[in-house]
Design a protein around this ligand. Structure first.
Ligand code: CTP
Length: 398
């Protein structure tokens, strides 16, 4: 399925509206972009300013605001999913009746994406036959309606009606969306981009890596539940692509030496290392403070950079390592030898002949694993390759 990014958080007029502030933050932590659509009565509990500050987006409650944007239609078009939390008895009744008397209920009629409804109300109201009939109607129409939690309510009453815990709502939401969560609580470290080794204030030794493949693996791992850190050398990505990396910790570096230092700190804390960075094989033996004259360029002496993968091998416990090899042929025997030499469990052999792959959205090659598998990857998106690599890593993580 397509990546779910844009989520609308509908907020009903119950005291649990304040708990939805935390829900919003935790959803953002997981990379979702949230637009909040409160009902007018919910503003008695949490005001527009709070929602705008938390979501960094404009918040309106009526179709009469920002009419030029036709917000109920434009929001419905951009959304990948809708969560209504809390849903009051009145809001549930209005949705069941197909009413359209505020922006949120208009939106619900206009939208055709998965909807999770999180009711919260006093137990008598939840158990009332009218509410139960409305909930059944919504379930029959394909809405996912959560069961409220059991416990003490705002007054002295006790029973089923409490707003569920944030973690339970998020789990339910991701179940509704059928998102794989097989990397839950795993730590994934990804090196990405290409290192630059400065020659003088103007020039450097570099390469054509954009960081796009590493970014794809980072997003996929985050979406499958992992804590993700990226050691990112000189990203060549658009602002929109960078925005898809929400919830991923990015440690920026420039040179191979800097990447090496960060790797030494971070590698012991990780379960899976994905070494997608193109590390410059050599650097100038000394940096020139002044710009080197062109006649002297041939005198630049180089020293080899250490192989970062080999050098962190002694820090290794039971981490799984994925390496990449950019080659101009599909020599599987040489690639297998490289996988072994690098101490990697998995190596992706990327055929970069004729300028392919670098900077592009697609990729083509072979996945070679320590289990002896040679899996051909016909031309596909870097996002799909990321999922395939994570599937292989999971096999080995056990
Ligand atoms: N790599 C590394 N340290 C380096 C160079 C590369 O850790 N100094 C990692 C890359 O991140 C990649 C893998 O090793 O995951 C393969 O890099 P590649 O350049 O194909 O291998 P090299 O060892 O440089 O071999 P070759 O001589 O074929 O270029």
């Amino acid at each position: 399925m397509a990546k779910v990014r844009e989520v609308i958080l509908g907020v009903g007029g119950g005291i649990a509206a304040y708990k939805s502030c935390d829900l919003l933050r935790r959803l953002q932590d997981r990379g979702y972009q949230i637009t909040v659509v409160p009902t007018p009565s919910s503003l008695n509990f949490v005001g527009t300013a709070t929602w705008e500050a938390l979501s960094h987006r404009a918040v309106t409650t009526q179709v009469w605001e920002r009419v030029d944007e036709v917000r109920h239609i434009s929001l419905a078009d951009q959304a990948d999913a809708l969560i209504i939390a809390p849903a009051t008895a009145d809001l549930i009744a209005r949705i069941a009746a197909g009413r359209a008397d505020d922006l949120l209920t208009n939106l619900i009629l206009a939208i055709s994406v998965p909807v999770l409804i999180v009711p919260a109300m006093h137990p008598q109201m939840w158990l009332d036959p009218a509410t139960q009939a409305n909930v059944n109607t919504l379930r029959e129409r394909g809405f996912k309606v959560m069961e409220p939690a059991v416990g003490r309510l705002t007054g002295d009453d006790f029973g089923q009606g409490r707003f569920p815990e944030t973690a339970a709502i998020i789990q339910e939401f991701e179940d509704v969306l059928n998102i794989k969560k097989d990397f839950l609580d795993k730590n994934v470290l990804i090196t990405a981009g290409g290192t630059r080794e400065a020659i003088d204030p103007v020039r450097y030794i570099g390469n054509r890596s954009s960081g796009r493949q590493g970014a794809a693996v980072a997003r996929a791992a985050r979406d499958r539940g992992a804590h993700v850190k990226m050691i990112f050398a000189n990203p060549q990505l658009s602002a929109e692509e960078i925005a898809t990396l929400d919830g991923i910790e990015i440690l920026k570096v420039e040179t191979a030496t800097q990447m090496h230092s960060v790797l030494e700190v971070e590698f012991p804390k990780t379960d899976l290392l994905v070494m997608s960075a193109a590390v410059a094989d050599a650097r100038p033996s000394k940096y020139s403070e002044g710009k080197i004259k062109k006649g002297e360029l041939r005198d630049i002496a180089l020293v080899e950079n250490p192989d970062l993968l080999k050098s962190i091998a002694n820090l290794r416990k039971d981490q799984i390592v994925i390496a990449f090899a950019a080659e101009t042929s599909n020599d599987l025997i040489a690639a297998e030898a490289k996988r072994v030499a690098k101490g990697a469990n998995i190596l992706y052999l990327n055929n970069v002949s004729n300028g392919a792959i670098f900077g592009s959205l697609d990729t083509e090659g072979f996945i070679i694993t320590s289990n002896g598998a040679h899996i051909p990857v016909p031309s596909t998106s870097k996002d799909t390759l990321a999922e395939l690599l994570l599937d292989q890593a999971l096999n080995q993580l056990g």
